[in-house]
Write a protein that binds this ligand. Structure first.
Ligand SMILES: Cc1cc2nc3c(=O)[nH]c(=O)nc-3n(C[C@H](O)[C@H](O)[C@H](O)COP(=O)(O)OP(=O)(O)OC[C@H]3O[C@@H](n4cnc5c(N)ncnc54)[C@H](O)[C@@H]3O)c2cc1C
Length: 607
């Protein structure tokens, strides 16, 4: 028997008990689906994972793509595996039927995608970027752009990328310098260098559709002067056949600590005459359009981080049940049989922490997936607007908390295996390396925390912030009515007071700093990462209380023994999070409320 990738009972719990996904078929878009089709899709993803990806997972990690100066070479077994995903419909599972999609709810598609993420290294990075690229063009492109680029991407013939980062512009995209010059026949000529472009070149598709951020001559400085262009690797003729090479040159491949199944490229656009680019929407509005893709990608990053965290948890749990080592402190007989390491309380601590982090993170990303659906397909206008408000506010947390705590879980998985976790005979060290990218790309943790505190909290008269608090309070009220959960509901109430007080102190300091218009705002925002962590912990504690409510209701019924132990496990993980994790917020709140200047005051020369 091999280690399970995910807990199927937990998938059922998340989809059907916590988020009530079965009811989604009341929406017109999903009327063809039901629980049976949702399960079929998840089983298909699992079957592809087992058949195509698991056998090559280690090879994808150790045999990185190569570049011979002309062509990129990927592992030969990777293309059939990705093709199996495309043929199954999973690559554009959420897209409309008319665009080769399955019109699946994102919550189900993302849950299914978790199997592929865990098994395929980041092979799914190719299809996810292609899907998000096509979604952006469908939302903001002209019918001509959709016909020419989206249709072949949906069919799996073309792949897509997002090309934003430059050597001098990573977190600060306002400084990017790639240029675009308008020609007389309506298109643009693009030139410049981009780095770290995932899937920027490979041999897995006929063509690659880059979505490139560039600055049109004379555009305003900073982010207000950025435009978005479709720049294909090969031009496409009117009959749909591939045309000439479009001067998108691969300058080189990066070799990474993890995520090695997907190429990471340095690209040079238009070195001779300029690469032909087609404007998306209006000039200087490019970053706004790109956010369509980035926001989707941020949920995907959080989902990937949660999935890889879960993979490490299940692997280390499986291992701990089968590895005999040592005896309990109470045992004085050296001749007695060794116990399996799961019997050591400290090993159970590490497993419980992983469970609390990763199942908490999974609940968060599935909640985000459902909000992204609700903002489009909920039955009333009010519900759609409410979902939009919550998602817009929570995106930095949905991206960041799983990205920070997923690798922490993977770190603990290594520790559970001891020395065996440090060598590549077991996948836990690879999970850690793969997951370590997630706090970096799609906006680093530092950048996300500034976005949360300086922009999202005050935005719109704090509407998103207040709506989030209202959701939490409503769960607390339900929790107070359940005697077995009352204690947690009260602790969450107190955590909410800590969050509210901290937010008020910071908002008042931000207000004073902006009135002064001096550098004092730098100090107020200096500990923003701790604010995001505090807020994230409150959100995860809330989602654990929600899980606890479902588990408690399940136990109150006459449930099957296997359900009983499952629900008990949920309640124990809830308890762990409230005992071992939630109290950290008090330390972070003190640092924040004191406007602690320890890091701010540290001088470069003192290091
Ligand atoms: C494997 C991989 C895949 C990627 N894929 C893509 C892709 O497909 N497309 C794409 O366009 N990009 C991609 N990226 C780029 C990625 O988004 C950037 O690496 C990331 O945004 C950070 O930029 P940077 O590397 O230049 O780091 P920097 O911006 O130099 O940041 C370095 C450190 O400084 C901090 N920092 C920077 N500015 C601030 C600030 N204003 N306030 C506080 N702290 C700050 C950061 O938080 C970070 O800790 C990828 C990167 C990697 C490694």
């Amino acid at each position: 028997m091999s280690a399970p990738m995910l807990n199927e009972r937990d998938i059922e719990f998340m989809l059907y008990e916590l988020f009530n996904s079965e009811s989604l078929n009341q929406r017109e878009r999903y009327q063809d689906h039901d629980r049976h089709t949702f399960n079929e899709v998840i089983n298909t993803a699992k079957a592809i994972a087992v058949k195509h990806f698991l056998p090559i997972r280690q090879k994808l990690d150790t045999e990185q793509p190569t570049f011979d100066g002309k062509n990129v070479h990927t592992l030969p077994e990777q293309k059939p595996a990705i093709d199996a995903v495309i043929e199954s419909g999973l690559a554009s599972a959420t897209a409309d039927y008319k665009y080769h999609g399955m019109q699946l709810p994102p919550i189900v598609a993302n849950m299914a995608g978790a199997y592929l993420t865990i098994s395929g290294g980041n092979s799914m990075g190719y299809t996810m970027l292609t899907n998000a690229n096509a979604n952006l063009l469908q939302a903001h492109g002209t019918p001509e752009l959709i016909e020419k680029w989206v249709i072949p991407m949906r069919a799996g013939r073309f792949a897509g990328t997002m090309a934003m980062t430059e050597p001098g512009a990573g977190s600060g995209l306002g400084d990017l310098v790639t240029r675009a010059t308008k020609t007389d026949d309506g298109h643009y000529l693009v030139s410049g260098s981009k780095i770290y472009i995932s899937g920027g070149d490979h041999n897995l598709s006929e063509n690659i559709v880059h979505l490139v951020l560039a600055r049109v001559k004379g555009a305003p400085k900073g982010i207000k002067g950025i435009s978005l262009f479709v720049v294909p690797k090969y031009l496409v003729n009117d009959d749909g056949s591939l045309g000439q090479d479009n001067e998108v040159a691969l300058s080189g491949l990066f070799h990474k600590m993890g995520g090695r199944a997907q190429t990471s490229t340095a690209l040079s656009f238009g070195e001779k005459n300029g690469s032909v680019g087609y404007l998306v929407g209006e000039e200087n509005q490019g970053l706004k359009y790109m956010f369509h893709m980035m926001n989707e990608a941020r949920i995907m990053v959080g989902t990937g981080a949660a999935a890889i965290g879960l993979a490490g948890y299940h692997y280390s749990l499986y291992y701990a049940k089968d590895r005999p080592q040592g005896r309990l402190p109470s045992c004085k007989d050296p001749l007695s049989p060794m116990v399996n390491i799961i019997e050591h309380a400290d090993v159970r601590r590490m497993l419980l922490a992983q469970k609390a982090y990763t199942e908490g993170a999974l609940a968060l990303v599935l909640y985000g997936s459902q909000l992204s659906d609700d903002e489009q397909t909920a039955l009333t206008k009010e519900e759609r607007a409410h979902a939009h408000l919550l998602l817009d506010f929570l995106t930095p947390i949905i991206k960041t908390w799983p990205s920070e705590y997923g690798p922490k879980a993977n770190d603990l998985a290594i520790q559970v295996l001891g020395g065996h976790g440090y060598i590549n005979e077991h996948p836990v060290e690879m999970f850690y390396r793969d997951n370590r990218l997630n706090p970096i790309h799609e906006g680093t943790t530092g950048i996300q925390s500034l976005d949360l505190l300086a922009r999202k909290v005050p935005m719109n008269n704090m509407k998103g912030y207040l709506a989030t608090l209202a959701e939490i309070k409503s769960t607390i009220k339900t929790g107070q009515a359940d005697p077995s959960l009352l204690q947690y509901a009260d602790e969450l109430t107190s955590a909410l007071t800590t969050l509210t007080n901290t937010t008020n102190v910071l908002l008042s300091a931000m207000g004073q700093a902006s009135a002064k218009q001096d550098e004092s705002i730098d100090l107020v925002l200096a500990n923003s990462v701790k604010y995001l962590e505090l807020f994230g912990h409150v959100i995860i504690a809330w989602l654990w209380l929600k899980q606890g409510l479902v588990a408690s209701a399940g136990l109150a019924q006459d449930c099957h023994e296997s359900d009983e132990v499952f629900y008990q496990g949920k309640l124990q993980a809830l308890k762990y999070f409230y005992r071992y994790e939630l109290p950290h917020i008090d330390v972070w709140a003190k640092i924040l409320c004191d406007l602690d200047s320890t890091t701010y005051d540290m001088k470069e020369t003192w290091f």
